[in-house]
Design a protein. Sequence first.
Length: 296
Amino acid sequence: MTKWKTATQAAMLRSFQKRVSQQSQSYITPPAADTVSTTSYLVETTPGVTPVHIYYPMADVSKKHPVYINLHGGGFVMGSAYEDEGWCKHIAAETPCVVVNVDYHLAPKTRFPATVLEVFEIIEWLMAHAGRLSLQMNNYVLGGHSAGGNLAATASLMLRDTSHKLPKLQVLDYPVLDLQTDPYEKPAYSTAIPPYIAQIFNDSYLQTPQDARHPYASPLYAEELEDLPPALVITAEYDSLAREATQYVNRLEKAGVAVQHYPFSATSHGFTHMGNEETALEAWTTIIHALKRAFK
């Protein structure tokens, strides 16, 4: 990539980030979760030190709980665990589980496959310290939003391929699952992520064009999907990523993986965090109900 292209993309990304920051004022406020306490840790991983925030129901801090691991969105280059904190606390208050919110490293400083390894290593760390953290890591769910949904899907593949304990469920909320297809060739909507921004996300995250088809970057191209955890997949009608998520649903089902697919009509990418509050709460309630079923 030329210096000119890199500089141009950086300027475009800064402009997009500024726009997103301005829109953050319209973020939906999660229901209050006063019965939740927070503990934070710094974990050594391949990219460096990863902040991990754990939310416990205050009434049962010493009791071992099932675990939901959350991975935020942001195209691999933006976002933070803080943006999901309110929703993580809401889940901890409404389910029998502890919620682990991972503040993974961002591109372009950290690129594929280091980010997938980082998530994988956090799961290993949680398993190794489950006793003192009061976690039931034999009873956990892995999930994420957008790029976080990609990381949840790819980490699930890596866990299967390395014969690790699999999550009871993978929650894929409007995930990006195909980094191979040119964003300009994906469905276009006025409220979707602009294709030039999606291309910057991909270029920032991948080290080489060949990485785009690797199953740990684009789960849609994994040759074998058998023996993966059951999946909850949420898609938005006016999202350029909905088509690839639906294709992944179909492939999972053909591989014998149980899938719950919830397509939300009249919604756009990121609708669980901004947009219509009633629809967002419906999606979060869908996730909460799925967690309760998984932890039975």
